[in-house]
Ligand binder design. Sequence first.
Ligand code: PEP
Ligand code: MN
Length: 337
Amino acid sequence: MLIVMNHNATQSDVDAITRIVAEMGFRAEPIPGSERTAIGVLGNHGYVDDSKILELPGVQRVIHVSKPYKLVSRDFHPDDTIVDVAGIKVGQGCRPVVVGGPCAVESKDQIIKTALFVKKCGADMLRGGAFKPRTGPHTFQGLREEGLKLLAIAGKESGLPIVTEIMSPDNVGLVAEYADLLQVGARNMQNFDLLRELGRIRKPVLLKRGMCATVEEFLAAAEYILAEGNSQVILCERGIRTFETATRNTLDLSIVPLIKEMSHLPIMVDPSHATGKRSLVSPMAKAALVAGADGVLIEVHPEPEKALSDGPQSLTFPGFEQMMNEIGQLTMFLQSR
Ligand code: PEP
Ligand code: MN
């Protein structure tokens, strides 16, 4: 429920409502706006009788929110959230960021080489999986803690913040020691215990859309993290399953402006997993930025043909360099309009 105040409502009107909402057994969260204050009511599991509230001084109206998410919605938080990843700002109005790196950390040489190369090309963060959520158990599952240590070395040598995946609630403490941005993969978007645990840490989270998740389910998953107190969440579209098999997934680019309408959280796009095809990555990265994405997540490997996972969608070094040049030109073009 959202209580919208009149613009001439006073602080003591807001305080009185906060007190009454608490007496009703719920939590009130005042949301100051440029025009008027609103008060979000949290903790109710069903319809709340608003008759007592509507009689109070300063109240203009009450909106009953029946959606499974509130904290992530624009109704509750009209201003854009800017997420700070080790000093790099991500969100509306900030320069779009490029996160580059291999699907998985495979060796010290591979991750350091890639880190230095993507940094030289202008990337803002280094990605690389140490815990890999593979479809089958007989494939490479990641170097786990050893992979995190290699990421830390590569991060230090290149000066790039680290983005890496977290798969289990039990490993949140460990991964948070190394990662600047903790990635929740598509397969874990509805691992609610993991989301809750991530809500209790003070590090930003990159939440990828589940491959069969609706926009509502995606936002409801993000709500789990915010509900525990961590509002530093970046959403990431990475393609969804459709009848089409020519691409690995179908990139739902319309979600970018849609999320901007529905939520205050930043949204990035991963054209690597969305397309599964190297030649499509750069065009779709540029399309994502034109659609308003706050950044792109790109897989790049020194020798994609030898990659232990996702080689066919990984850019080569020259391919990454070319994409970065094209993104630079596109940005200049957009700014000149
Ligand atoms: C990844 O980023 O390497 C990954 C496994 O992505 P997704 O969860 O989107 O499949
Ligand atoms: Mn991958």
